[in-house]
Design a protein around this ligand. Structure first.
Ligand SMILES: [Zn+2]
Length: 249
């Protein structure tokens, strides 16, 4: 698998995102990001281990929301190989909260004209747009409430709640050994990433590190394949139960 170190700003293609001071500030904060065009297994979180998947969406604004989501991860992920799993998993889940607030909520407040260019169906943040409750902290508080306790009759909030359970499952899968046939097979997945991503020579050794984690070349040979394959089942089941496809019915 090939990884490329590119300026974060290059990920954004629409003028709305490229002209946004908020997006520019985020890109300046993170500088360059490690990306790949490798077609990784669905749901595999490459950004965590320095292999943000480049994706092409039919709708370029949705593509930029994806880039914003992943860049917010880069800005909020912290790496510390000495942390306990419990502390690490909380930091991962908080990063997901920040990334989803940015790409599913704050983008619509901070990028003028974006809402009508993205999803044709209702999205959760719509209830806060155009009203008096434009404050980010109102949304943050309500988002947290929906994560913890969705309203019983509200599918959009059940989607949010489901994603948070999926995050916990992801963290559990990454506490397992790597398996497979690379030299890291006996190591714990998340600890291996933490050690590498926190190391001072990370960028100099990154391409070789990614390569050493890759079992053979081919379409389904992403690093951390065992974790990817286990999570793919969770991700696909989750989409079958709570996916946006239901809005098209
Ligand atoms: Zn995410």
């Amino acid at each position: 698998m090939i990884v490329e170190h590119i300026p974060a700003f290059d990920l954004f293609t629409t003028s709305e995102f490229r002209q946004s001071p908020w997006v520019t500030a985020l890109c300046e904060k993170i500088g360059k990001v490690w990306t790949t065009r490798h077609p990784m297994p669905p749901g595999h979180f490459g950004t965590y281990f320095g292999a943000m998947q480049r994706r092409t969406y039919a709708n370029p604004w949705i593509g930029d929301l994806y880039a914003l989501h992943e860049c917010t991860h880069v800005a909020t992920l912290t790496y510390d190989p000495k942390r306990a799993w419990s502390e690490w998993s909380r930091s991962m889940i908080r990063s997901e909260m920040e990334a989803s607030l940015a790409s599913e909520c704050f983008a619509y407040l901070l990028i003028p004209g974006l809402r009508e260019k993205t999803f044709p169906h209702e999205i959760w943040v719509d209830r806060y747009l155009g009203g008096f409750g434009l404050l980010e902290d109102v949304i943050r508080k309500e988002r947290l409430r929906a994560l913890n306790a969705p309203n019983f009759d509200d599918f959009l909030e059940h989607q949010i709640h489901n994603y948070s359970r999926q995050n916990i499952e992801w963290c559990v899968l990454w506490s397992e050994h790597l398996g497979g046939n690379t030299r890291y097979q006996a190591e714990t997945a998340f600890r291996l990433v933490e050690k590498h991503m926190a190391s001072p020579d990370r960028d100099a050794t990154h391409q070789a590190w990614i390569k050493s984690l890759t079992e053979t070349d081919g379409p389904d040979t992403a690093p951390f394949l065992k974790q990817a394959q286990a999570f793919r089942k969770v991700y696909q089941a989750s989409n079958a139960h709570f996916g946006n496809w239901v809005f098209a019915r």
